[in-house]
Write a protein that binds this ligand. Structure first.
Ligand SMILES: NC(=O)c1ccc[n+]([C@@H]2O[C@H](COP(=O)([O-])OP(=O)(O)OC[C@H]3O[C@@H](n4cnc5c(N)ncnc54)[C@H](O)[C@@H]3O)[C@@H](O)[C@H]2O)c1
Length: 246
């Protein structure tokens, strides 16, 4: 599989590490120029990461003002955006829903759901105007299944899936395609927020008996983010090692 993304600009939120970095690396290898949005963007190591982004911007996706200012700067500096990958996200605490701290609930929804909405809301008018865009939202199997003890995360990711489907229908005739991916568990720093019991239970649910690799997410996202994905919008691409049943 190879997508020619030469001349395209891709914004990757949460691109400094983990799945976002793997996606950025792969899109760059296919020819795209990468804009990294993350809370902190210092300490980028081009040698280790294998490429140099065209821009790195400190952005909090849970703030519409922060997203709008960063997007305006992207247009000023590089002129256009073809790809937006909404990847920034947090897990939140692993705790029963009736004990879930309300501040933690608000924070998970603010970043994992509102952040996706804010970035889409900001980028879509530009993409519509140009008649081309590919938006890939990183949801989760938790958004399809509902996973015990991470109710805020499950609710946010289910929201991302439904938002993607709704907006995709609105944009179906505009050349702007929105899809999401629903990965099972990947070994990334996000795991630090989880308990060992939660990690073990997640692995046990995967028929392939192993965790997903960030590079495998990147492979799938690269196809969805390119021109070869031309008749699929509002879809949830699973990366579940056989776990997903619908
Ligand atoms: N790791 C998994 O098992 C797994 C499984 C399914 C889905 N996902 C999803 O994949 C995405 C990436 O996860 P990851 O495992 O690479 O996590 P990670 O914690 O390794 O990386 C997340 C990145 O997002 C950034 N970020 C957090 N809050 C932000 C904010 N408000 N604004 C901008 N950037 C912010 C972080 O600084 C970090 O660089 C998340 O949306 C996550 O929910 C992860």
């Amino acid at each position: 599989m190879s997508q020619n993304l030469e001349g395209q600009i891709a914004i990757i939120t949460g691109g400094m590490r983990g799945i976002g970095l793997a996606i950025a690396r792969r899109l760059h290898a296919e020819g795209a120029q990468i804009v990294i949005w993350d809370l902190a963007v210092d300490g980028w190591d081009s040698a280790e990461n294998g490429f140099e982004p065209v821009l790195r911007q400190s952005v909090d996706v849970s703030s519409l003002a922060s997203v709008e200012a960063a997007f305006a700067e992207v247009l000023e500096r590089v002129g256009h955006v073809e790809i937006l990958v909404n990847n920034a996200g947090i897990n939140g605490p692993v705790v029963s829903s009736w004990e879930y701290p309300t501040e933690a609930w608000d924070k998970v929804i603010a970043i994992d759901l509102n952040g996706v909405f804010y970035c889409c809301r900001t980028a879509i008018p530009h993409m519509r105007e140009r008649g081309y865009g590919r938006i890939v939202n990183i949801a989760s199997m938790a958004g399809k299944d509902g996973v015990q003890y991470i109710s805020a995360y499950s609710a946010a990711k289910a929201g991302v899936i439904a938002f993607t489907k709704a907006a995709a229908k609105e944009l179906a005739q505009d050349g702007v395609l929105l899809n999401c991916v629903a990965p099972a568990m990947v070994e990334t720093p996000l795991m630090a927020e989880m308990t060992q019991a939660h990690i073990d239970a997640s692995k046990a649910k995967i028929p392939m008996g192993r965790f997903l690799k960030a590079e495998e997410v990147a492979n799938m996202v690269t196809w969805i983010a390119g021109p070869e994905c031309s008749f699929t919008t509002g879809f949830v691409f699973d990366l579940s090692g056989g776990r997903a049943t619908y």
